[in-house]
Design a protein around this ligand. Structure first.
Ligand SMILES: *[C@@H]1O[C@H](CO)[C@@H](O)[C@H](O)[C@H]1NC(C)=O
Ligand SMILES: *[C@@H]1O[C@H](CO)[C@@H](O)[C@H](O)[C@H]1NC(C)=O
Ligand SMILES: *[C@@H]1O[C@H](CO)[C@@H](O)[C@H](O)[C@H]1NC(C)=O
Ligand SMILES: *[C@@H]1O[C@H](CO)[C@@H](O)[C@H](O)[C@H]1NC(C)=O
Length: 776
C-alpha cells in the first residue's frame, strides 16, 4: 500500500461517522422533471453537432455558441432564436493531411470550436482543433452578422489538436491563458500565457504528468493587497501522481497557480513560469479508497466581499468504474492561497536504483520564497520582476513545484454525494430566501443530460429537482449562467438548452410549493399560485429549512373520478404524487387496501387484475411526505369504481379510452368531435380546392406525424388535464389501433401531478430514465 492510500484510509475513518449522519450517499431528487419542450428553450441545427463551447456576451444580449465547424450568435433571452452564424470548416487539403496522419476523417479531421473569449476591443477570440492543426482567429459581431477575420493564427498550445482531449483556458486582461497539449500526439502538456510575453510550463513530469485539464479561474489577489501581492490564475486538473510510489498509476486532483506578472527567469526558467506551484486537492468520499477525480469547478465570489471569501465549487467522480458516486466539494480560495504562500514543499529523494520518492522538504528555503509572486518585500530587495529572481530560488522551484500539504474542502467532507447520474458540470447561484438568509443553489449537469438543483440547508443536502433537458439523454458538456437574464445555459453534443433558475409553477398546491423547499419560490395566498419570490411584493409562504406547510390554507377537496371496468378485465388507477420523497398508499371504502397478487402497486399506479364485483368501491390515494416540521398527508385522487358495460362494442374501436366515462368526459368527446369535424371540413375544402388531388396523397398526409400535430397535441393536452382518464383504457382490449397517436399515455403513470398542466407529453427515453432513477 502506498503512503497516499494508507493516509486516506487513516483520515477517512473518523470521517465515516460524521458523514453517515447528515449526508446520505443516495440523496434523491424530490422531483423528477421529464423532458418537455416547454421546460427549456432548445437550440440545435440540422447536421451540426458538439455544442460544447459558450461565451456570454451580456453586453450584446448574445449567447455565442461554438459547435463543430460553426459558431452561432443566439438571443440570450431565448436561445432558440438564432441571430447569426458563421461556418468555419476545414479545407479538403487539411482533411486529407489529417487523414494521411492516421486520423479519422469523419470525427477527428473536423474543426471543433474549443476557445471563445471576449477581447478588450469588443471582438472575440476563437480557436478550433482544425483537423488536428489548431488555429485561432478573431471574430466580430456587427450589424447582426458574425464575421471571422481569417487571420489564421497558430493555435498550438492554446487549443488542443485532439477534439476528445480536455483543455482549459481563460482570457484575463486581454491575455490568453491556456492549458492543453502542444503537439500532435497529445503528449506534451503545457500551461501557457500567449502574450504579452509567451510563458509556459517546463516540460517535466514533476510539473505536469499526463494531465487532464479541467478549468481555470483568475483571482484578483493583487487588489488592495497589503503585501503588494499579484493577481493569480488558478488551474484545476487531474494527473498521474509523481509522489506515489505504487505499482499502478494513481490519478490525483490538483490545483496549480501562476502569477499574472510572471515574465520567466533570466537564465534558469527562461520563458517559463517562475510561479508555477501545485497542490493535491482532496474530496474525501466515504466508501472510496482511491482519490476522486476533479471534473469541473465554479468560482463563486460575493460581489460585496473581498477575494479571500471566494469559493471554488468542484465536482468529483471516482477513478475506478466500481463506484457510481459523484460528489461536490467546496474550497475556500484563502485555504488554497495559504498552502501556496506558507506551506512546505515536496522534494524528490532517490531511493534504490532508479526510484524516486517524494517527501516533505525540510531544508532551508531560499529567499525570495520559490513560486511566490513579486511582492513588496522582494521589491525592497531590488527584485521588481521575475527576471531579477536569483538562480537559487528558480532552481528550487524548477525541481519542486509540488506542495507537501493537500488542500481540504470546507468541513473536510463533500457537500453533496449522489449515486447514479455522473456529474459533469456545475454552476452556483446565490439567492436570498424569504427568511432573509442567503443560500447557494447548485445546478449540476450530468452524463444523462439532466440538471440537478440542490441546496445545502445547514448541513442537510436537499435536491429540489432533476430536470431532463434534452429529448434524448446526452451528457452535459458545458454550462454557463447569466446574472443578467437569470438563466442557465447548457450544451451537449446534440444541442444547447436554456432553463430559468426556477419554475415555481411546477407546484400546483401550497403544500407542494412549500415542501419543494425551493428558495426561489413561495406560495401566494391571494392568487393561489406558487410564484417567484423576486416577482412578488406581498409576503409568500415559504419554509426552506424546515419544509413547514402549516401556514398553507386548506387545499380544495379532490373531486372523485368515476371509473368502470368489465368483469374479468383489468383496472389501472393512477396516483401521480408530486414528490419522489412521498410514500403513496391506497384506501378502499375508508380502510387500507391490502395488496395481493391480483392487486398490485406499481410505482404511482394501482393495478387490479381480473376485476370482479368485489372490487367495486371508493378508492382513495394518499401521499405522505415528511419534512423536518411534520408529516403531511394529502389526498391525490379519489376514484369511484363501478362495473361498466360488458365487453368492448364495435363503436369502441374509434376512441376506446374515452368510452366508459361519465359526464366528465363529454367535454373531451366534444373537443375530439369538433376536431374530427373540423379536419373533415378542411379535408373536403382541400379536395374541393384541388390542394390534395389524389386520395392516396391524402392518406400519405395522414401518415405524416407533423401534419397531424395540431390535432394531436390538442388531444393530448385535454387528456393531460385528467391524467387518470387515459389510464382507464382496459389492458385486455385489443382496440388500440385507433389511438396510435396517443401512445404516450402510458408515460403519464410515472408523471408527477404538478406536471399535468404544462407538460402533457412524455417520451419513452425519458420515461426509462425516471424508472431507472426510482430504482436507485
Ligand atoms: C461529437 O458529437 C457526436 C455525436 O453527435 C459524438 O459521437 C462525438 O463523440 C462528439 N465528439 C466530440 C469530440 O465530443
Ligand atoms: C453580474 O456579474 C458581473 C460580474 O460577472 C457583475 O459585474 C455585475 O454586477 C452582475 N450583475 C448583476 C445584476 O448582479
Ligand atoms: C378471474 O376471477 C374469477 C372469479 O372472480 C375466477 O373464476 C377466474 O378463474 C379468474 N381468472 C383468472 C385468469 O385468474
Ligand atoms: C359519477 O357517477 C355518478 C353516478 O353514477 C354521478 O352522479 C357523478 O356526477 C359522476 N361523477 C363524475 C365526476 O363524473
Amino acid at each position: 500500500m502506498h503512503p497516499l492510500l494508507s493516509l486516506s484510509v487513516f483520515w477517512l475513518l473518523p470521517l465515516a461517522l460524521t458523514l453517515e449522519e447528515d449526508s446520505p450517499l443516495d440523496c434523491i431528487p424530490r422531483r423528477s422533471v421529464p423532458y418537455h419542450r416547454d421546460n427549456a428553450h432548445l437550440f440545435h441545427e440540422e447536421g451540426v453537432s458538439n455544442y460544447s463551447t459558450m461565451l456570454l456576451r451580456e453586453d450584446l444580449d448574445l449567447l455565442v455558441l461554438g459547435a463543430r465547424e460553426a459558431v452561432y450568435a443566439l438571443d440570450l433571452n431565448d436561445i432558440s432564436k438564432k441571430l447569426a452564424s458563421v461556418k468555419w470548416e476545414v479545407t479538403q487539403k487539411q482533411e486529407d493531411e489529417c487523414k494521411n496522419k492516421g486520423k479519422d476523417p469523419e470525427t477527428d479531421c473536423k474543426n471543433y470550436i474549443r476557445i471563445l473569449h471576449k477581447t478588450e476591443d469588443n471582438k472575440m477570440y476563437v480557436c478550433g482543433t482544425n483537423a488536428f492543426d489548431p488555429e485561432c482567429d478573431y471574430m466580430s459581431y456587427v450589424d447582426g452578422k458574425l464575421t471571422l477575420e481569417k487571420k489564421g493564427e497558430d493555435g498550438k498550445g492554446k487549443c488542443p489538436f485532439d477534439p476528445f482531449q480536455r483543455y482549459a483556458s481563460i482570457m484575463f486582461e486581454n491575455n490568453l491563458y491556456s492549458a492543453t497539449s502542444m503537439n500532435f500526439l497529445g503528449s506534451e502538456p503545457v500551461l501557457m500565457r500567449s502574450n504579452p510575453v509567451s510563458i509556459r510550463t517546463e516540460f517535466k513530469s514533476s510539473w505536469l504528468n499526463e494531465p487532464n485539464f479541467v478549468s481555470m479561474a483568475q483571482m484578483p489577489e493583487g487588489e488592495l493587497s497589503e503585501d503588494g501581492d499579484d493577481d493569480k490564475v488558478y488551474l484545476f486538473f487531474s494527473e498521474t501522481a509523481v509522489e506515489c510510489d505504487c505499482y499502478n498509476k494513481l490519478v490525483v486532483s490538483r490545483v496549480a497557480r501562476v502569477c499574472k506578472g510572471d515574465l520567466g527567469g533570466q537564465r534558469t526558467l527562461q520563458k517559463k513560469w517562475t510561479s508555477f506551484l501545485k497542490a493535491r486537492m482532496d474530496c474525501p468520499v466515504l466508501e472510496s479508497q482511491l482519490p476522486y477525480i476533479i471534473q469541473d469547478t465554479y468560482r463563486w465570489c460575493d460581489p460585496q466581499q473581498r477575494w479571500k471569501d471566494c469559493l471554488f465549487y468542484a465536482i468529483f467522480t471516482p477513478q475506478s468504474d466500481t463506484s457510481d458516486l459523484s460528489a461536490v466539494c467546496v474550497y475556500r480560495v484563502s485555504d488554497i492561497s495559504r498552502v501556496f504562500a506558507e506551506g512546505k514543499y515536496k522534494t524528490p529523494v532517490p531511493v534504490e536504483t532508479s526510484f524516486v520518492k517524494w517527501v516533505m522538504y525540510s531544508g532551508d528555503v531560499p529567499v525570495p520564497r520559490p513560486g511566490a509572486c513579486i511582492d513588496n518585500e522582494a521589491r525592497k530587495a531590488g527584485i521588481t520582476q521575475t527576471l531579477d529572481l536569483p538562480d537559487r530560488t528558480l532552481q528550487f522551484i524548477k525541481d519542486r513545484p509540488l506542495m507537501d500539504q493537500a488542500i481540504q474542502p470546507i468541513g473536510e467532507k463533500p457537500l453533496l454525494v449522489r449515486r447514479g447520474a455522473t456529474f459533469t458540470r456545475i454552476i452556483v447561484n446565490q439567492v436570498q430566501a424569504a427568511d432573509g438568509e442567503k443560500y447557494h443553489v447548485m445546478f449540476i449537469g450530468t452524463e444523462q443530460g439532466t440538471v440537478l438543483k440542490a441546496v445545502n440547508y445547514d448541513g442537510e443536502m436537499f435536491i429540489i429537482e432533476e430536470i431532463q433537458l434534452f429529448p434524448h439523454p446526452e451528457p452535459i458538456k458545458i454550462m454557463a449562467f447569466s446574472n443578467v437574464t437569470g438563466q442557465i445555459y447548457a450544451g451537449s453534443d446534440a444541442g444547447a438548452a436554456q432553463i430559468p433558475l426556477a419554475t415555481c409553477g411546477r407546484s400546483s398546491s401550497c403544500m407542494d410549493c412549500v415542501l419543494t423547499r425551493d428558495p426561489y419560490c413561495g406560495w401566494d395566498k391571494v392568487v393561489g399560485k406558487c410564484i417567484l419570490l423576486s416577482s412578488s411584493q406581498s409576503e409568500l409562504i415559504q419554509s426552506v429549512k424546515k419544509g413547514d406547510a402549516s401556514l398553507c390554507p386548506d387545499a380544495d377537496p379532490v373531486k372523485p373520478l368515476n371509473r368502470s371496468f368489465w368483469p374479468g378485465g383489468n383496472l389501472k388507477l393512477n396516483c401521480p404524487s408530486p414528490s419522489n420523497l412521498a410514500k403513496t398508499s391506497w384506501e378502499r371504502d375508508g380502510s387500507p387496501l391490502i395488496t395481493e397478487p391480483r392487486i398490485q402497486h406499481i410505482g404511482d399506479t394501482l393495478l387490479i387484475l381480473n376485476a370482479s364485483n368485489s372490487d367495486i368501491g371508493r378508492y382513495r390515494c394518499l401521499s405522505v411526505e415528511s419534512s423536518k416540521a411534520a408529516e403531511y398527508k394529502t389526498t391525490v385522487a379519489i376514484y369511484q369504481v363501478s362495473v361498466g358495460p360488458a365487453g368492448p362494442g364495435n363503436k369502441n374501436l374509434l376512441f376506446p379510452q374515452a368510452q366508459r366515462d361519465g359526464p366528465s368526459v363529454t367535454g373531451l368527446q366534444a373537443v375530439l368531435g369538433l376536431f374530427v369535424v373540423g379536419f373533415l371540413v378542411l379535408l373536403a375544402w382541400n379536395f374541393y380546392k384541388g390542394h390534395i388531388p389524389l386520395p392516396w396523397n391524402c392518406r400519405k398526409n395522414q401518415e405524416q406525424p407533423q401534419d397531424q400535430e395540431g390535432l394531436n397535441s390538442s388531444v393530448t393536452y385535454q387528456e393531460a388535464l385528467r391524467p387518470a382518464l387515459a389510464e382507464d383504457k382496459p389492458l385486455v382490449s385489443g382496440t388500440d389501433n385507433g389511438t396510435s397517436n396517443n401512445n404516450h399515455t402510458g408515460g403519464e403513470a410515472a408523471f408527477s401531478a404538478a406536471e399535468e398542466n404544462d407538460a402533457p407529453k412524455v417520451n419513452l427515453p425519458s420515461l426509462q430514465f425516471i424508472d431507472d432513477e426510482s430504482e436507485i
